[in-house]
Design a protein. Structure first.
Length: 225
């Protein structure tokens, strides 16, 4: 099933325009403009990743996720399907978005403010590292699905192609800083580097982090080793 197309992020357009202007003027590119790829910073709102078995338990036998919006990384999408998450104090979050495609484990990613509202005590974890984490109950139109574990706050991270890693002189598993400008300027430390041939340069922060600095498409950001 085809995934709906997406418009180019502002950071990509600015990067291409900047390179074209400097080339037209015959001037050397500034360091960041000479980067092989533009850096995109996206705020990752609460969402979940599900196995095919969980999708079928929640939406019916044989159900497949329906792509709604393409994500920046190739092949990934926000699905039309959404769920209700039931917390430990019977508090709920409705319209929890599912991201596709299906994975080999079930995981819910929340910001700390979400967790506090629901009554969760969640750990800060790298995506996929769910051992010893809290579970929850998910409710869909066809039934319930109990997650024994997998509710986390995702560690802030940056996806990189090997060419980007070479430019920034980092390797997979390293830690970087993200300097965020604007009137609410701040620096986010402990940004995990994830390198793979199939990745595009993209930073993921959660809604708490994005709100703390009033992160906007026009906010200047810089990766620092």
């Amino acid at each position: 099933m085809a995934v709906p197309s997406q418009t180019l992020p502002r950071a990509v357009i600015e990067h291409l325009v900047r390179q074209a202007v400097y080339q037209r003027l015959g001037k050397p590119l500034p360091r960041l403009a000479s980067a092989p790829n533009p850096m995109v910073v996206n705020v990752s709102a609460r969402h979940c990743h599900l196995t095919q078995a969980a999708v079928e338990a929640l939406f019916g036998q044989g159900h497949k996720l329906t792509p709604w919006k393409a994500l920046y990384q190739e092949g990934y999408f926000a699905a039309k399907e959404m769920l209700t998450l039931i917390g430990p104090r019977s508090r709920v979050i409705s319209n929890l978005r599912i991201l596709g495609p299906c994975r080999t484990l079930n995981q819910v990613e929340l910001a700390y403010t979400d967790a506090i509202a629901l009554g969760f005590d969640i750990p800060l974890r790298l995506s996929g590292k769910i051992e010893g984490t809290p579970g929850c109950m998910l409710m869909g139109p066809a039934g319930f699905f109990e997650m024994k574990q997998g509710v986390i706050r995702a560690l802030r991270h940056v996806h990189m192609h090997p060419n980007d890693a070479a430019f920034y002189d980092v390797k997979n598993g390293d830690s970087m800083k993200l300097n965020i400008g604007g009137p609410c300027a701040l620096t986010l430390e402990g940004l995990l580097v994830r390198v793979d041939e199939g990745l595009k340069l993209e930073v993921h922060v959660d809604t708490d982090e994005g709100n703390a600095c009033n992160l906007q498409p026009s906010t200047p950001c810089e990766l620092v080793k």
